[in-house]
Design a protein around this ligand. Structure first.
Ligand code: SF4
Length: 308
């Protein structure tokens, strides 16, 4: 199961530049016109939280937040305004520098959410399209693993190119003591079709996903899976957690996001699942409805997942 309560966190999207060009990037077509939240917005959020204590954790995010020179200053201000947890979401390239890791930790970052695209350098770098990116991110995770009171979380966007590597990825990161959680987010395009042929078939990915979940749990890792049909997971569906922290982002993002057409399933009316996102338009066009493989969950199954 996951380790973090998303209701305790708020995300602020503060930067839309990036120095990688991941093939699965969801905002590659919108990055140049989406507007980040402003420093004034951020400080207004701090003031709100001082008054109301709504959140314990702040997540600073965007395409690549470490490209913003004010990041350490924002983190210091967040901690001073009462956020106990400050997380950055990053592709990890700058974490390869120990002095930068120390600068962020000294400012008050205590959670690092790092994207790892594949289980080895060849796969990761092919997906990010930047040679050496895997090595830098892995070095960053190793540096952070030696700094007290720091937690790391990895996030892997699962695509046709990466799903077979999920168990290997768990093994590759097995040495990290402060890796609290691994997240596996199944890719969807911000469009009605899978132009890049990146979608992974849920049926093909399932055995790799279940193996990765079992291996991660055995080593005490938290796991969060996102955007996978709940009924396919059996007992492992306790790893499915589609919720997200409250997010502040340019409204224009949601127009693009809604094109994915989530929540489609032939069994939807008969299914008691509250959190399953079902299938999306691009997925159905490529792989069909899986009407025989998907099966509606009963209210008892939803309440008592471990009884399956
Ligand atoms: S039957 Fe459909 S809605 Fe229900 S859990 Fe399965 S995929 Fe999700």
């Amino acid at each position: 199961m996951g380790r973090f309560d998303h209701t305790q966190y708020v995300s602020m999207t503060m930067e839309f530049r990036c120095n990688l060009k991941c093939v699965h990037c969801m905002i590659e077509d919108t990055m140049d016109h989406l507007k980040p939240q402003t420093a004034e917005d951020l400080h207004a959020l701090f003031a709100h939280n001082v008054m109301h204590r709504k959140w314990k954790g702040l997540i600073l995010t965007g395409s690549e937040i470490t490209l913003h020179r004010d990041l350490p200053e924002w983190v210091r201000a967040a901690r001073l305004s009462g956020f106990d947890r400050v997380r950055i979401q990053t592709h990890g390239m700058r974490l390869g520098s120990e002095s930068y890791c120390r600068e962020l930790v000294d400012a008050g970052v205590n959670e690092f959410f790092v994207s790892i695209a594949g289980a080895d350098a060849a796969t990761h770098d092919e997906i990010t399209t930047v040679p050496g990116s895997f090595e830098k991110s892995m070095r960053g995770l190793a540096i952070l693993d030696g700094i007290p009171d720091v937690l790391t979380i990895t996030n892997t966007v699962v695509t046709e190119r990466s799903y077979r590597q999920l168990p290997q990825l768990v093994a590759t990161l097995a040495h990290l003591k402060q890796l609290a959680q691994m997240e596996f987010w199944f890719y969807f395009p911000m469009s009605e079709q899978d132009d890049k042929q990146l979608l992974a078939s849920h049926l093909d990915a399932l055995p790799f996903l279940k193996q990765a979940i079992a291996d991660a749990w055995r080593s005490g890792r938290g796991i969060e899976v996102k955007n996978f049909p709940e009924c396919l997971l059996g007992k492992d569906r306790i790893a499915l957690y589609n919720d997200q922290p409250e997010l502040y982002i340019d409204e224009a993002f949601w127009t693009e996001f809604m094109r994915n057409g989530f929540y489609q399933c032939v069994h939807r009316d008969a299914c008691a699942s509250k959190q399953c996102l079902g299938l999306n338009t691009a997925y159905i066009k490529r792989f069909g409805w899986h009407e025989r493989e998907l099966s509606p969950l009963s209210p008892e199954q939803v309440l008592f997942p471990l009884r399956d």
